[in-house]
Design a protein around this ligand. Structure first.
Ligand code: SF4
Length: 208
């Protein structure tokens, strides 16, 4: 008589989330134990998970509600926020629990450094991303909203090909789209104008 091996399969309810999302969810659970907690925007793009955390006490607010808050604890989700959000928090005595994904944070810092370096030399900082998306708003904020957002190749006409261009990408855009756009820009560059491509797409999503 052979032994019957029991195999236990445990399905991790977080397996559908990327590393940044899981980190933010863990942070919410940890911080809820310390007291009331607000979250600026949906913690993740998943209604079931948002509702589960709201049942535990998390209160989701939008930016308008955030501006009215005072003396509260607010978690910033993985997408990150522009500098203005941190300024509002300081003014209103809001404690920020920062769950910005380290990958997004690194990208914000990179864009900020690029902006400071090229602020006055006519270089165009371009972000390939979705206009109005929280992450893109956070990235734009690093350039005082001066960067140009393009959602696709149809919007390339917004660029001046006779001036230098530095292209970044929202972390969740497609690699294929990014390189296609990069190539299209390269073909149109004029004179001595330089193009710099920064593939800043997160492999947590591009490999799925
Ligand atoms: S950068 Fe990657 S890991 Fe971080 S939140 Fe975005 S998709 Fe998730």
């Amino acid at each position: 008589m052979g032994h019957r091996k029991e195999i236990q399969v445990e399905i991790d309810r977080r397996s559908g989330f990327c590393f940044g999302g899981v980190k933010a969810i863990n942070k919410v659970e940890e911080e809820l134990e310390k007291g009331p907690l607000y979250c600026l925007g949906d913690i993740v793009h998943n209604t079931i998970e948002v509702e589960r955390l709201e049942k535990m006490g998390l209160i989701t607010i939008d930016h308008e509600q955030f501006k009215q808050l005072e003396n509260a604890r607010v978690l910033l989700r993985a997408h990150g926020e522009p500098p203005g959000t941190y300024e509002t928090a300081k003014r209103n005595d809001i404690e920020i629990i920062d769950a910005t994904c380290p990958v997004v944070l690194g990208l914000q810092q990179k864009i900020k450094r690029t902006f400071l370096k090229h602020e006055n030399d006519g270089t165009q900082i371009v972000i390939y991303g979705m206009r109005g998306h929280a992450e893109v708003n956070g990235l734009l904020g690093q350039t005082n909203d001066t960067a140009i957002v393009i959602e696709g190749k149809e919007e390339l006409e917004k660029l001046d090909f006779s001036r230098d261009i530095i292209l970044f990408s929202q972390t969740t855009k497609s690699l294929e789209g990014f390189f296609e756009i990069g190539e299209m820009i390269r073909e149109q560059m004029q004179g001595d104008a330089q193009l710099e491509l920064h593939d800043t797409i997160c492999r947590q999503v591009s490999n799925r």
